[in-house]
Design a protein around this ligand. Structure first.
Ligand SMILES: Cc1cc2nc3c(=O)[nH]c(=O)nc-3n(C[C@H](O)[C@H](O)[C@H](O)COP(=O)(O)OP(=O)(O)OC[C@H]3O[C@@H](n4cnc5c(N)ncnc54)[C@H](O)[C@@H]3O)c2cc1C
Length: 391
């Protein structure tokens, strides 16, 4: 056997999973089609990732958090959800959560760099970059990964963390629920005239959703979700037109809002694999669950899943048991599905409700916000999801 574990894809999920197992001394191979220089210094991609307290804990324990400068870590203290206008928000107040803030904000490129740097010092983790996986198969005692070059590598367990469009998941015959929302998410960084008070705004307008997420200083991340056929209405704007429009939509609450970066469009497709494992094989990160970003759970789920599987493997490894056994993989599958499926379904239902313009849908979302505001258990459940730090 060449390796204990082969991980396909050195995105944030694959790297975090490798780091979580690093101290076991297991012989781990990460295969990534991008160049190593890209992993070491990823470009800014417009994504500012909202992180839960559990993600904070895992990133601290794995040394990823410490590799991100304080100036690049922002806080979300409170959050307001608005429907149509900026009046009567559903208000999530951090004081009701017992924590000093609901969550954190870090740029995706800083997370990716930190994950790479956290893995790099470990001699038992080998990074094979600039190599694309073209085949995977598994048998009773090992899995085999084939590279485009034709080379074959074997391991006790193969893990795919190769994105929501995972080609290796398909090669392993795992069917996947895919939902093309027909919408595009456009993200960018914006400079403000006034303080944001570390408050996140999620505004459901009738033609689009607009999230304004607090960043250090007088900056924010703007996330617009719009029908793909209308995305050009945003993407073709001059920076001045763009700034004027969001300033108006936010009713001047932050003074003038001006574009600080380019606009980054992401087509929105949600994916949920029918199972997260096969014989000596597991799915990780977006390859298992590819979330719509409106509820900001994608990487948080990726980290949680990586931690769940890593803990199961460590328990078996410490006892000298088979780390690719079905027992481990079934437990990971059950725990990760239990946690992610309700949120995946709930997010898709929310997206459906907030993108329909029928009178019934408008009434339903107004009712939802009113009930949410006056029904503390519902609010508490959402806040717990953000602030709990137990895996
Ligand atoms: C606009 C937007 C906003 C978001 N906001 C949030 C947020 O606020 N909070 C949150 O938690 N999440 C958020 N997310 C989700 C988050 O960005 C993803 O969940 C996360 O980046 C997925 O990481 P991953 O490692 O699973 O996959 P990826 O980042 O897609 O990495 C997969 C890796 O596999 C490699 N690869 C693919 N195929 C092969 C192959 N055949 N051989 C070798 N290598 C291969 C790729 O090159 C890549 O490096 C957001 C996403 C978007 C688009």
């Amino acid at each position: 056997m060449d390796h204990d574990i082969i991980i396909i894809g050195a995105g944030p999920a694959g790297l975090s999973f490798a780091r979580l197992l690093a101290d076991t001394g297991m012989n781990i191979l990460l295969i990534e089609k991008q160049k190593e220089s890209t992993l070491a210094k990823p470009d800014y991609d417009g994504r500012e990732i909202a992180l839960t307290h559990l993600s904070y804990k895992i990133m601290q324990e794995t040394g990823m958090w410490g590799r991100i400068a304080d100036k690049d870590i922002s806080l979300i203290k409170d959050a307001k959800v608005l429907n149509g206008t900026l009046d009567n928000p559903l208000f999530f107040d951090h004081r009701q959560s017992g924590k000093e803030n609901l969550g954190f904000m870090i740029s995706n490129h800083h997370i990716r760099r930190a994950a790479y740097e956290a893995v790099k010092p470990y001699k038992n983790i080998k990074l094979m970059t600039g190599e694309e996986v073209s085949g995977v198969s598994t048998g009773a005692t090992s899995g085999t990964v084939t590279l485009k070059s034709g080379k074959e590598l074997t391991a006790s367990l193969v893990v795919s963390a190769d994105s929501r469009f995972s080609a290796t998941r398909r090669m392993m015959g795992i069917s996947t629920d895919m939902r093309d929302f027909g919408r595009t998410c456009i993200v960018c960084k914006v400079k403000l005239d006034r303080e944001h008070d570390d408050t996140a705004y999620e505004c459901f307008f009738y033609d689009r959703t607009l999230a304004v997420l607090p960043l250090k200083g007088k900056y924010c991340s703007v996330v617009i979700t719009i029908a793909t056929k209308d995305a050009h209405l945003v993407l073709d704007q001059t920076p001045e037109e763009f700034g004027d429009e969001i300033t108006n939509r936010m009713e001047g609450r932050f003074g003038n809002m001006s574009l600080d970066t380019e606009l980054f469009p992401y087509p929105l497709v949600g994916t949920y694999a029918d199972k997260f494992y096969a014989n000596r094989y597991a799915l990780m990160g977006d390859a298992a669950v590819g979330m719509h970003p409106v509820t900001a759970h994608g990487f948080n789920f990726g980290l949680r899943g990586a931690n769940t599987l890593a803990q199961e493997i460590i328990k078996h490894h410490d006892l000298g048991l088979d780390i690719g056994s079905e027992d481990i993989l079934m437990r990971y599958n059950r725990q990760h599905r239990q946690h992610t499926l309700p949120l995946y379904m709930g997010t898709n239902a929310l997206v459906g409700l907030y993108t329909k313009d029928t009178p019934l849908a408008k009434l339903a979302r107004k009712t939802l916000l009113t009930v949410g505001e006056h029904f503390p258990p519902a609010k508490r459940m959402i806040m717990n999801q953000l602030t709990e730090s137990k895996a």
